[in-house]
Design a protein around this ligand. Structure first.
Ligand code: AMP
Ligand code: GLY
Length: 419
């Protein structure tokens, strides 16, 4: 079988390494992939947003199954375009990917179907938004409607800060069209949990839960990033919480999307906050999380391709989705300065042992050498019988992945250990 994976980061590398365990797969292409995954996939120089080229490549190369991993091609209809040409694929159609593509859509869906989430108001008029902020409870949360590379959320501690965020988004255009509408919502507190779930639009099977570390600095300080590390499972996500989430959030979301004529297939990501008033949805993503995937898939014992195909064929109910009863920790190494300015072009080296469990993101091959080419460069995952051991092992292996100006947090998993 020939597989095409659309995307080029650490998440895609983790998907590819997991798919590779299936002996029926003879070749995996990545569009565009990156130089750090060249051992595991054939990288083709087609960008994840070049949908016409992706479809032409898939048809020409007789791809048997495609996996569309990033949010933007999903929102732009990559799955629709591939499906139209007879290429089966993993991921939602554009009309369902809107659950991530528009925060206003997601919030309105939750309100209509009674799915617990923060109270909110949506605005497409700046004066009305500013007016609302005169009396809104503080702190408050301002969110750009559309995709914003994970940066479209401002937690405002003061009224002035909230008004500035609204002006930046709606007048300053800092997120382009994504900020022409905003959601202003209630500030919630509690531990955060990420739950990724496979769904074929009828059945939903959650994966092992995880915990992201979004801030750049130790003890959750500094700027928000795409994620500096993850652990799985998330200790706050007990069986009782899981049962409550299934009943009040997961199944109602699948049903709501069906009722709206937007059946969702693929991986539905629930960003949850366990508030004193129960679990609430912070955000939906229409795809695997990054770097959640880098701890979730190493714990998957069932065959990933079989499950993915079941989401496309509508046979997920009969398909086994089993995870090891173990722990995983992923530590991201980034270019010093990320998520702001950073230098790149430094050579990356790793031992064979570390390479086996390292997922490469911001890197490229230059004259046969792997060099840094992005903010988040590598993610190194260890799996062990205890969380403590997984953390220790992940840091040990990280020491064997070297490049100049490497930066990592030193406390990935600490909060989970203290839980
Ligand atoms: P998002 O990009 O939607 O994942 O939001 C980024 C982060 O902002 C989340 O992981 C939360 O830590 C925080 N956040 C988003 N919405 C809220 C909220 N309503 N209350 C408190 N924190 C929030
Ligand atoms: N790690 C959060 C995300 O993938 O959006």
């Amino acid at each position: 079988m020939k597989i095409l994976v659309v995307g080029g980061g650490g998440r895609e590398h983790a998907i590819i390494k997991s798919l590779k365990k299936n002996p029926q797969i003879t070749q995996i292409f990545a569009a565009p992939g990156n130089g750090g995954m060249a051992q595991d996939a054939t990288c083709v120089p087609i960008g994840a947003l070049e949908i016409d080229k992706i479809v032409a490549f898939a048809v020409e190369n007789q791809i048997d199954y495609a996996v569309v991993a990033p949010d933007d091609p999903l929102v732009l209809g990559c799955v629709d375009a591939l499906t139209e040409k007879g290429i089966p694929c993993f991921g939602p159609r554009a009309n369902a990917a809107i659950i991530e593509g528009s925060k206003v859509f997601a919030k309105d869906l939750m309100k209509k179907y009674n799915i617990p989430t923060a109270q909110y108001e949506a605005f497409d008029n700046m004066e009305a938004a500013l007016n609302y902020l005169q009396t809104a409870p503080i702190p408050t949360v301002v969110k750009a409607d559309g995709l914003a590379l994970g940066k479209g959320v401002i937690i405002a501690q003061t009224r002035e800060e909230a008004c500035q965020a609204v002006r930046d988004m709606m007048e300053g255009g800092v997120f382009g069209k994504s900020g022409s509408r905003v959601v202003i919502e209630e500030f919630l507190t509690g531990p955060e949990v990420s739950v990724l779930a496979f769904t074929d639009g009828k059945t939903l099977k959650p994966m092992v839960s995880s915990m992201d570390h979004k801030r750049a600095g130790d003890n959750d300080t500094g700027l928000n990033t795409g994620g500096m590390g993850t652990v799985a499972p998330n200790p706050y996500y007990t069986d009782a919480v899981a049962a409550e989430c299934m009943e009040k959030i997961f199944l109602p979301t699948v049903a709501a999307m069906n009722a709206e004529g937007r059946s969702f297939t693929g991986c539905l990501y629930f960003g949850l906050m366990l508030t004193p008033n129960g679990p609430k949805v912070i955000e939906y993503n229409c795809r695997f999380g990054d770097p959640e995937t880098q701890v979730v898939l190493p714990l998957l014992e069932s065959d990933l391709l079989t499950i993915m195909q079941a989401t496309t064929n509508g046979t997920l109910a009969e398909t086994e989705v089993r995870f090891a009863d173990r722990h995983a920790c992923c530590v991201i190494q980034a270019s010093k300065g990320y998520p702001a300015a950073y230098e790149k072009g430094f050579e990356i080296t790793m031992t064979p042992e570390a390479a086996q469990c390292t997922y490469v993101a911001g890197a490229k091959l230059e004259n046969g050498k792997l060099v840094t080419a992005g903010g988040r460069v590598t993610g190194t995952t260890a799996v062990a019988d205890s969380l403590e051991e997984a953390i220790r092992e992940a840091y040990r292996l990280c020491d064997d992945v070297k490049f100049e100006n490497a930066y990592r947090r030193s406390d990935i998993g600490r909060r989970a250990l203290q839980a």
